[in-house]
Design a protein around this ligand. Sequence first.
Ligand code: NAD
Ligand code: DAU
Length: 373
Amino acid sequence: MGTRESVQKGKRMRTYLVTGGAGFIGSNYIHYMFGKYGDTIRIINVDALTYAGNLENLKAVENLDNYTFVRADICDKEAIARIFAENDIDRVVHFAAESHVDRSIRNPEVFVQTNVLGTAVMLNCAKDAWELPDGSFKAGKKFLHVSTDEVYGSLPEDEDAFFYETTPYDPHSPYSASKASSDMLVKAYMDTYKFPANITNCSNNYGPYQFPEKFIPLMINNALQGRKLPVYGDGKNVRDWLYVEDHAKAIDMVQEQGRLFEVYNIGGHNEKQNIEILHIILETLQEMLPEGDPRKALVSEELITYVEDRKGHDRRYAIAPDKIRSEIGWEPETMFKDGIRKTIAWFFEHEEWMKNVTSGDYQKYYDDMYGNG
Ligand code: NAD
Ligand code: DAU
């Protein structure tokens, strides 16, 4: 990739380096950013295209002059350093990660590799590119590390307990331990070098382009095929669900309006037990499927199957997004009943997408994980 001039109509365009932009949240973020800023920004998306990365998610932007895709692993120092050397990057938004808890229980090593070492590479390359001879940083450069509420561990089933930015870290799964480690590295760079960064810790996302290993798209996909709906344990674990576009908006607001070096928690104020979510999905599918559609007869509560619990399964997550609301003015906008309808409508319109991502490797993962349900 040659050096690109980020200049448009005589004005320098702000240049973003987005990692993991072919995944679920990263691709939604890229669509959100082009929707908001159009041709006034430039985005370079660096993604290794693991099983979770899918360029089909970005079809609508792939031919834009101000969008570039680079296939690279964030652990590859030379490749990442080259992107910084060839482009005057203003913003890094770091999504790339191994993101699925169940996979981390089966194969933790790749989580340490990508989430910890990969983050160290991203930090170091950005620092090298942005640092001035006196140890300060070029004006206006910013790094945002996208992290998770799982670093805080598990809350008791007491309505009044929430995660705050001050909650001590207590990760339990290999996934959350690797994300906690990556957060600590970002904190270390901020404390040691005054590296210009923010960390956001967000609750469970749902919406278009989510890979069907995750609870909501897995249940939608299985229900439409009349397959078993595997609920872990007693189904009463609680997650705080946020529509993905609200998360994309929050990330942009934190990066542009937040105070540097600060951590912001992002959450949906939408705590629900897994079994409640599943009932809502089944009801909504029944409402949305037209009369005469053969899938209507397949979607049924009888498919719900309680299966062995996830090892070390965190009981409850819930964010109090007070800081981001009071300092930045961000609030979740999408009510769950609307977000789930939009999500289901998207899956109805993208049957081909679902067929493509559930062929090949996915089937093997599914059979290993759940048997042939
Ligand atoms: P995802 O698994 O859908 O996407 C991850 C992307 O990263 C994929 O495109 C994949 O190809 C890419 N990737 C993986 N390893 C890579 C590597 N070594 N080099 C370059 N690219 C690589 O994940 P997601 O759900 O979109 O999550 C994105 C980020 O948000 C993650 O950091 C995750 O921890 C965080 N997060 C997710 C949620 C959620 O509910 N999904 C909530 C809070 C935070
Ligand atoms: O809280 C933020 C996190 O949310 C992100 O950091 C992770 O990247 C993201 O994957 C998500 O983690 P969870 O483990 O909460 O999400 P998942 O969709 O895997 O599971 C949601 C809940 O549903 C959890 O309590 C486990 C349960 N579950 C999940 C699957 C896949 C089931 O009961 N059955 C299933 O088949």
